[in-house]
Design a protein around this ligand. Structure first.
Ligand code: KG4
Ligand code: ZN
Length: 353
């Protein structure tokens, strides 16, 4: 191949980088920044994560058994400049950034404001445009991070499960989706956190419960499967938490491992059954799961196994992109821009998907 022919080959095969985004996420208890190269159109978007730094506040909030908004804000303000330094951006790197992206909702209002104010200042200082992003869209699009283009075949059904949300969506494209149903009370992650507290396990409860559940028997304790057979795609997890409260009250000798495993399986049964019912009803080609609870190995394993049975492709993001991170915010901002979404740079605690 002549040198010129080689250059041509590289030019036509390598995806053209359309936007390099520096993204900021502070909606809850993780301060997170990322640099992501975003390319492609709405049909085949592609995201290459160049840097992804996260500072977790878990230890700070642990004594309170949950996230304290005012403390979270103070920590975000202290951590943002430190994380920005951790990105080790030289003048040349800063020049190559095309836009700054920030989560504007949903989340804890004081925490969101910390990121928004920091992003505004940075945008002014670096003279780069500012893009807004919806945190839940970030979770949804996290399935695209570091993936090949065309990874999702439509229609698709996605289970978005985090500490604040449990939503089942039907997606016809990256720009068009429908919320099929969500939780009427506690989110799946919230249920893990509350049950962990009842078991005397530290916050956040999801990783703690799944760790001890490995040693337990998931069939040992009969627990309800709320709304398992309801005809809609709604969820409810608060009754499950109450059932565990009564179980602990009425039983002296309790195996925490058995209770954790039985609780985890009760949640899985509902999540997996409803997701697969939607997958079949809409004859989808892909099922995906995302959000903090998607870090749960059992949930991924059981969904993957059901999908295999039905010949449906299954996708879950790399584990570092399940819990809150900055990279997913760059993806949401980029696709939001392609979808011509406009955000005002004000914290919107209840923004929906
Ligand atoms: O997405 P995320 O980081 O933050 C929100 O946007 O809420 O999700 C955090 C939630 C917490 O409730 C946490 O307990 C749960 O995700 N989680 C898990 C696991 N890892 C984190 N739940 C079940 N199993 C896990 N392995
Ligand atoms: Zn989240």
């Amino acid at each position: 191949m002549t040198p010129n022919a080689r250059l041509w080959a590289v030019t036509v095969t390598a995806p053209r980088i359309l936007m390099k985004i520096l993204s900021i996420e502070t909606s809850c208890d993780e301060t997170a920044l990322a640099i992501v190269e975003c390319s492609g159109g709405l049909k085949k978007p592609q995201f290459k994560v160049v840097k992804n730094v996260v500072s977790s506040q878990i230890e700070l909030h642990r004594p309170w058994g949950g996230v304290v908004p005012s403390l979270a804000k103070r920590e975000h303000i202290a951590n943002l400049p430190k994380l920005f330094k951790d990105l080790e951006l030289r003048t040349k790197d800063l020049e190559q950034i095309d836009a700054i992206a920030v989560t504007v909702g949903p989340g804890l209002e004081p925490a969101l404001w910390a990121g928004i104010e920091f992003a505004k200042e940075l945008s002014k200082k670096l003279k780069k445009p500012l893009l807004g992003a919806n945190h839940m869209e970030g979770h949804m699009y996290s399935i695209l991070l570091d993936q090949k283009p065309g990874v999702v075949q439509f229609p698709a059904v996605g289970l978005v499960v985090s500490g604040g949300h449990t939503i089942l969506v039907k997606m016809d494209s990256y720009a068009k989706w429908k919320n099929l149903g969500e939780t009427r009370d506690d989110a799946a992650g919230e249920a893990f956190d509350k049950v962990a507290r009842l078991l005397g396990l530290p916050y956040p409860g999801g990783p703690e419960i799944s760790k001890i559940a490995v040693k337990g028997d998931a069939k040992a304790i009969a627990l309800p499967r709320p709304m398992l057979n309801s005809k809609d795609y709604e969820f409810s997890f608060s009754g499950l938490k109450t059932a565990i409260l009564y179980y602990l009250r009425d039983n002296k000798k309790v195996s925490k491992a058995d209770l954790a495993a039985s609780f985890q399986q009760a949640v899985m049964d509902v999540l997996v059954k409803k997701t697969m019912r939607a997958a079949r009803e809409f004859s989808v080609q892909t099922v995906f799961v995302c959000g903090g609870v998607a870090a749960n190995k059992e949930l991924r394993r059981q969904l993957a196994s059901e999908c295999e049975k039905w010949g449906i492709a299954f996708i879950a993001p790399d584990n570092k992109y399940n819990t809150d991170n900055g990279a997913m915010i760059a993806a949401a901002a980029y696709l939001g821009k392609l979808r011509k979404k406009k955000y005002s740079f004000k914290a919107d605690a209840t923004m929906s998907l």
